[in-house]
Design a protein around this ligand. Structure first.
Ligand SMILES: [Zn+2]
Length: 208
């Protein structure tokens, strides 16, 4: 991408917005009230707002390699805390995608330097679901399923936080696990049964 072109694109975007609403940026600058926290992959093809049709102000977004929610990641924990306890979002979405390079890398026996500790979290997901994954016949099937299971485990990591547990008790907050299928462009709801998942984990992770 040409950097000069980016500024030209920005100018065109500003003019387009002002063309339909002269107060667009005045209103935008007054504050945000998003209803959704979106946690997705940094992959350049899975653009949070565009795939959801979300406008500026509608989604609070965090993206990192393989849509991870690690309790040692100060950025992720701050994003969840701010979105849940201050912005009071009603939905937290963890969205993975088939063809995820981070998940693929975690399936390979390879030393990837600084990426090792990050991808180890995905290897841990593999270990947790080893039995199920090993029953699948092809590497492609395992790869796709690991993308889904990684989304599920990151949703569980969201639920392990104190902010989410408090919000669960006091108001409406829903956690969603999705996968974007790049070959079709479609978002797939994994329909994770969180009541069931919660019962299994709360004995250990209950904070509140
Ligand atoms: Zn990815």
């Amino acid at each position: 991408m040409n950097i000069d072109q980016i500024f030209k694109n920005n100018e065109a975007w500003v003019n387009e917005k002002l063309g339909t609403d002269p107060d667009y940026f005045k209103n935008l600058s007054e504050g945000q009230n998003p209803d959704v926290l979106y946690i997705g992959c940094s992959d350049s093809r899975v653009t949070a707002e565009e795939i959801m049709g979300a406008k500026p102000g509608e989604a609070f977004v965090m993206r990192n390699i393989a849509n991870m929610v690690s309790n040692l990641d100060l950025s992720a924990m701050s994003v969840v805390n701010y979105a849940v306890s201050h912005l009071k979002v009603s939905h937290i979405i963890v969205c993975g995608h088939y063809g995820c390079g981070g998940v693929k890398a975690a399936m390979q026996s390879q030393d990837l330097g600084i990426l090792n500790p990050w991808l180890r979290n995905i290897r841990d997901v593999y270990r947790l679901h080893n039995q199920e994954l090993n029953q699948l016949k092809t590497e492609e099937e395992k790869y796709r399923r690991l993308v889904e299971l990684n989304v599920q485990e990151q949703c569980v990591n969201v639920i392990k936080t104190a902010d989410v547990q408090i919000a669960y008790r006091n108001r409406n907050l829903t956690v969603h696990g999705w996968v974007m299928d790049m070959e079709t462009g479609k978002l797939i709801d994994l329909k994770i049964d969180f009541d069931k998942v919660l019962k299994g984990i709360m004995e250990i992770y209950h904070l509140d």
